[in-house]
Design a protein around this ligand. Structure first.
Ligand code: DGL
Length: 270
């Protein structure tokens, strides 16, 4: 068996800590792999950005990251980035396999019984043509409500650092997801931002009725694992000598709570 701990790492990229919801699943499925977690916190939140500027930023940053870490694959556990930049990233860096994260509209459409599905995401993801195309392709027979939240990603960041979240704020942000129509009710809410699973217990508590909260983290981790099985093992690079999982924050500024959070995920700060 090859020693994958000392081979090229899996790179994970999000605007903040949301991608950690996918990292924890990926670790379970691929305990032998090494991970580099990148948070573009200097630009957080991505949900508020104009598309051309954000696209250019992400493509640029990847140039540096791929040079520096030479990953076996790059995973983007961020809907806001994937629905915008995945195509350009693949075109710009054809030697790197990319795994994106896009709203789980297809599985939601397959699973719903009432036919009323809500997609909870950042304002950016809700606006994207990519998201609209997913609905047109997979959910024609459902009523899909797109709910753009300006606050939830921030609330999740604060919750993971400080251990506290304003439940009333969570209630207000998720409320538009719940629809009653002709005796039917929304029965699935797609968590289309990787930050949101951190708040799912608060969402359950403040929801007006029980629904299935669809978190795609495990599916993304599985896709990454499958793709890795087909990727030739790249020879170790200087970075590969470091036998630990690392976190990089683009702002270069990390407060105590962030450091502690990264440590709790077993990530050393670079
Ligand atoms: N975690 C991100 C996502 O999945 C985005 C959060 C943000 O930066 O607005 O969409």
């Amino acid at each position: 068996m090859s020693d994958t701990k000392s081979s090229a790492p899996v790179l994970m990229f999000d605007s903040g800590i949301g991608g950690l919801t996918v990292l924890r699943e990926a670790r379970v499925l691929m305990p032998e792999r090494r991970f580099v977690y990148v948070a573009d916190d200097a630009a957080f939140p991505y949900g508020d950005w104009e598309e051309p500027a954000l696209n250019a930023r992400i493509v640029d940053i990847f140039g540096e990251l791929l040079d520096r870490f030479k990953p076996a694959i790059a995973v983007i556990p961020c809907n806001t980035a994937s629905t915008l930049a995945l195509g350009d990233l693949r075109a710009a860096y054809p030697d790197t396999p990319f795994v994106g994260t896009v709203p789980a509209i297809k599985p939601a459409a397959e699973r719903t019984r009432s036919g009323l599905v809500s997609v909870l995401a950042t304002p950016g993801t809700v606006k994207r043509q990519y998201t609209r195309d997913l609905i047109a392709q997979w959910a024609q027979r459902c009523h899909v409500r797109l709910v753009g939240s300006t606050q939830l990603a921030r609330l999740a960041e604060a919750y993971m650092r400080d251990g506290f979240v304003d439940e009333e704020a969570v209630r207000a942000e998720i409320a538009p997801c719940f629809i009653e129509q002709d005796g039917r009710r929304t029965d699935i809410v797609v968590l289309a931002c990787t930050h949101y699973p951190f708040l799912v217990n608060r969402m359950r508590k403040t929801a007006p009725w029980p629904v299935d909260w669809l978190d795609p983290a495990e599916a993304i981790a599985r896709r990454a694992k499958t793709l890795l099985e087909n990727v030739a093992i790249r020879p170790p690079t200087a970075m590969s000598d470091v036998e630990r999982d690392v976190a990089v924050f683009t702002s270069g500024r990390m407060d105590f709570a962030t450091r502690r959070l990264m440590q709790s995920f077993g990530l050393s700060i670079l």
